[in-house]
Design a protein around this ligand. Structure first.
Ligand code: HEC
Length: 193
């Protein structure tokens, strides 16, 4: 006679074995997947890397020294503000066509070699500086980037934070910096040379 209970028991047994085998297989593959990713190399938070949001990676402990150097200026400004000499400084030039053009010329001769023609960090000397030159086209969109932040950054450079951003105090006047700022705020338009 057909034994319904025996069949049900057998089916249950088979599915239990399959389930356990599946779990073992899964637990064996998960760590190896993680290892594979680590072996591929994690260069530090890189916003183009699909894994950058992973929490364990985003902690300060796992940032590359370049990223830490880059963040020091931002952190200092957010916590302590600019040095007194720059505090409250505002641009003294207006965003006219001539000012933006003059700013563009200054930018091409003093900044583009590192930061690139369009502020995308891809100038000819970009690969020889540490950390890589900031992407000014993106930076300029940040709410933090007010006039005094830019004046301080461009005048004092990155020596105090261990970066290769040169100090332009002594090379450029405040007014020249404001013209460059106007050019950057205008979106790095193409300048006829
Ligand atoms: C020799 C290469 C080099 C030149 C030339 C240079 N910079 Fe930089 N700049 C850097 C590097 C590298 C960084 C990133 C490290 C840092 O923030 O100090 C940087 C950072 C900056 C920042 C800060 C960006 C941020 O994230 O807040 C600003 C603003 C800036 N540069 C503006 C300029 C301007 C304007 C000029 C021209 C007057 C200029 N730089 C010329 C290398 C350069």
């Amino acid at each position: 006679m057909f034994d319904c209970r025996a069949l049900a028991g057998r089916l249950l047994g088979v599915s239990l074995i399959a389930g356990v085998a599946g779990l073992i297989a899964l637990s064996a593959t998960l760590p190896s997947m993680a290892q594979k990713e680590d072996k591929a190399g994690w260069p530090g938070p890189d916003f183009w890397h699909p894994g950058w949001m992973h929490h364990d990676r985003w902690g300060p402990r796992n940032r590359s020294p370049e990223m830490i150097a880059r963040m020091r200026r931002h952190r200092t400004f957010m916590h302590a503000g600019a040095p007194l000499a720059y505090r409250g400084a505002r641009s003294t030039v207006s965003m006219t066509r001539n000012v933006i053009k003059a700013g563009g010329e200054l930018y091409s001769s003093h900044c583009a070699s590192c930061h690139g023609d369009r502020g995308l960090g891809d100038g000819a000397a970009a690969k020889s500086v540490t950390p890589s030159p900031a992407l000014l086209a993106h930076m300029i969109e940040r709410p933090m980037v007010i006039d005094e932040y830019l004046l301080w950054t461009i005048f004092d450079g990155g020596k105090q934070f261990g970066t290769d951003m040169p100090a332009f105090k002594g090379t450029l006047s405040r007014e020249q910096i404001w013209k460059i700022v106007a050019y950057m705020r205008a979106g790095f338009p193409k300048v006829d040379k």
